[in-house]
Ligand binder design. Sequence first.
Ligand SMILES: [Zn+2]
Length: 392
Amino acid sequence: MYKTYKVMLVPNNKQITRFFRMAGAARYIYNWVLAEQRDNYKNGKKFIRPFEMMKRLTKLKELQEYSWLNEFSRDLLNQAITDACNAFIRFFERINHYPKFKSKRKSKPSFANKYNKIKISATHVTLEKISLSARQNKKIKNRIRLAEKGRIPTGEKIEYYNPRIYFDGLNWWLSVSVKVETNKMDLTEEGIGIDLGVVDLAVTSENKRYANINRTDIVIRLEKKLKRLQRQLSKKFEMNKVEGRMVITKNINKLKLQILKLHKRLRNIRLNHIRKVINEIINRKPRFIAMEDLNVKLMMKNKHRAKQIQRQCFFEFRNLMEFKCKLFGIKFILVNRYFPSSKKCSQCKVIKKDLKGWMRTFKCICGNTINRDYHAAINLKEWAINKFNSTY
Ligand SMILES: [Zn+2]
């Protein structure tokens, strides 16, 4: 299995300028491939394979008009071709919508480096064609400092996959995958059921509760600040409208940056929280972990709900938990989302139909009275045991 590392880069000014140019070239090629494929598709012709597009690119580069493309590595441009072709393939396979062009304003600047040509040390990453000088010390100029020392594994045996360099609006980042060995632990006999919610983030079948970080003072304070800044920004937008046209001022850009930073900070707080919770659960070495298969997409359709789910990072929780389970050889079980984990009595198995969303306690006619989330977690665990009885 693969683990993806994301590490912030500390490029110098020249490198930053170059990064934006490289991302621009990748975007240009992506859009060019998309245009070619679109025309082709409209005319009812067969999909043009990436290899064919790469041949067309070589021809294109011979033209005076497109000679500027020669200052970029072939791998960077070819990866943009592959990405655009893949977008089309996913469309044909009905995974994605019809591919859209990447706009300069809205798309995230990013580019790729060939996986076997990237070099990573504890402190630096070396990329292709950052420096265009022909001098001897070119190699040094292709090196970019990493913000975190030694986070990405290094060594002769390590192979890197799918290296990408991208800009998140504030900083440049390197994302790279590394193959990791699974690390089988000695597990206990017990499994754990986990109910995710909005009162607490998670309640386990052992009745352990993990707080909702969004209810802590720090997050509430930051959210308030964020709202205030957003209000200021929309006011500034109104004030600076000239004959219906937006005029972007220095102050607007400053506010935008502040908002972006705050968003980042909030996200980091939330992700750190779920990492801590997951590590604590994993450290109890359960035999399996059973969670509800929240159809996040479906739940996102309700606007109010969507915001809560996003703030709680359910999707990230699920993905990280699955990854950690795989890493340590713990069975990860997603419970069918039509299973009535809240409504079915864990003792007499009768389904309580009139359980309302606001009821925090589950009360059954058989006398079973129990906290709602704890009860759901027990049911999820039971479901997993019943389902996989033969294997345990
Ligand atoms: Zn009952």
